[in-house]
Design a protein around this ligand. Structure first.
Ligand code: DQA
Length: 149
């Protein structure tokens, strides 16, 4: 049997406070619980999932650059950086394996105009938003079904 395909789940700023951060918008699941669920969901599909979170944009860019070099599929919730980071846009442009954009809430339905723009979307194979943390499960399912490049 072949080894599990590696997938990175990368979460941007403020997502480390899931469970405590605006639970009426982002739900009660903590980041640690989300990470465990992603590993479970991935392994059910033969994926080896590594979940990371950072509040530092350069750290996320380094992870994306390495994912580009290693041709690793990425599930990305870039949080607020989604809406304004051109460096993130450039990093996403370099990815080789599928990129899936995830948002727990539905940014395009939220009142702040700035949330209606995404610099990840142009390079994402698909965007899953407004599904709560189940969006991560759907993203992993999408990657499991995507052809190995
Ligand atoms: C988010 C939506 C963004 O607008 C926001 O800045 C976040 C979280 C989401 O998962 O719904 O931090 O990406």
């Amino acid at each position: 049997m072949s080894a599990d395909r590696r997938v990175l789940v990368l979460n941007g700023p403020n997502l480390g406070r899931l469970g405590r951060r605006q639970p009426e918008i982002y739900g009660a699941t903590t980041h640690e619980e989300l990470a465990a669920l992603c590993r479970e969901w991935g392994s059910a599909h033969g994926l080896e999932v590594e979940v990371r979170q950072t509040n530092h944009e350069g750290v996320l860019l380094d992870w994306l650059n390495t994912a580009a070099d290693e041709e690793t599929p990425v599930v990305l919730n870039a949080a607020a950086w989604t809406h304004y980071s051109l460096a993130l846009y450039d990093a996403c442009a370099q990815l080789v394996a599928p990129l899936v954009e995830v948002h727990i809430s539905e940014p395009k339905q939220r009142p702040e105009q700035f949330r209606h723009t995404s610099y990840v979307e142009p390079y994402a194979a698909t965007t899953i938003s407004g599904q709560g943390i189940d969006g991560y499960r759907q993203a992993l399912e999408f990657i499991a079904g995507a052809p190995a490049h």
